[in-house]
Ligand binder design. Structure first.
Ligand SMILES: [Mg+2]
Length: 312
């Protein structure tokens, strides 16, 4: 303990309720994971190519020149984006997260939402990771723990713990705090980790009466966006119920969403305007397009819901 940070930060009680939903790849971290596709060359032949996620985000609508491998289809294209099939095999997501964190530590320019994610953690705010990847929630949580370990300074981690205890005292009326590990487990357990091509996620979506219908009429291309919608609704409902339980609904509540894929940004903005802002009219929604790498925090593209809060 440095003595600079109080053990419990009671000032969290005067804060607004701000929550964030983050896409992971090229939004929080530049992951080196490659997508295995085929490209139609000038001679008309399809040949294998390995694409970075940022290139894929740009060309994924270009069916004339890009297609998933003729053998294995989309599962084969994204096989590095899922957990290994057998225990003991290396997990690409964990290895690539370490690699990406190391590059930032070595001076590489971080992704647009890296700083916001870090601030979210230090402030102890609830967040969701929503990604097109196919990992189990536990895998993504493990990567978040690596982020806490390597991207935060010791003082920032101490501040995070102080804020987490502040929320526990204020909202859960806890006085007997657990160890740091226990309080961190509790916090990370309140957050959501949705990899929308993970089997467990797909199952949950297929069992939802509304999304079962939406899926039945969706085109293949619009399915990933629909899945992101479902994950976002899930998180907003989670936040809403939590606020209901703790009596926090009388305050300003804002939920931010950031993604570097323009297709996702557009469909999520439409979804917020058409459905979420109507259903949750006490919540303000803010969408950030982080596709332009020259902007440090992305561009605010959609604001829907209640009054403007400072800082958003
Ligand atoms: Mg992305």
């Amino acid at each position: 303990m440095t003595g600079l940070v109080p053990y419990v930060n009671d000032n969290v009680a005067s804060r607004d309720f701000k929550y964030y939903i983050f896409d992971w790849d090229d939004n929080i971290l530049h992951m080196p994971t490659k997508i295995l596709m085929e490209h139609r060359d000038a001679d008309g032949e399809w040949r294998p190519v390995e694409l970075s996620t940022s290139t894929f985000a740009l060309v994924r609508g270009d069916a004339e020149h890009y297609r998933p491998p003729s053998e294995g289809g989309w599962d084969a294209a994204f096989r590095c984006f899922a957990d290994p099939e057998r225990d003991g095999e290396p997990n690409h997501f964990i290895e690539d997260t370490m690699d990406a964190l190391r590059r930032v530590a070595d001076g590489e320019k971080p992704s647009p939402s890296y700083a916001t994610f870090k601030k979210t953690l230090v402030e102890g705010r609830i967040f969701a990771i929503v990604t097109a990847r196919g990992h189990a929630p536990e895998t993504i949580e493990r990567a978040v723990r690596l982020f806490i370990e390597y991207a935060l300074t010791p003082l920032e981690r101490e501040t995070m713990m102080s804020n987490l205890r502040g929320y526990r005292r204020w909202l859960d009326k806890v006085e007997d705090f657990g160890t740091d590990d226990e309080e961190l487990d509790y916090y990370l357990g309140m957050c959501r980790y949705s990899a929308v091509t993970y089997d467990g996620f797909r199952e949950r979506m297929a069992n939802d009466p509304i999304y079962r219908e939406k899926l039945a009429v969706a085109t293949t291309a619009s399915r990933p966006e629909l899945a992101k919608e479902f994950a976002i609704r899930d998180f907003v409902e989670h936040v809403f119920h939590m606020l209901q339980r703790t009596g926090g609904l009388g305050r300003s509540v804002a939920i931010g969403f950031s993604d570097d894929d323009k297709g996702n940004v557009k469909s999520v903005s439409n979804y917020i305007k058409a459905e979420l802002s109507r259903r949750f009219d006490g919540i303000k929604f803010v969408v950030y397009d982080t596709s332009d790498k020259s902007l440090s925090k992305g561009r605010k593209v959609c604001v829907s819901g209640q009054m403007n809060l400072p800082g958003f």
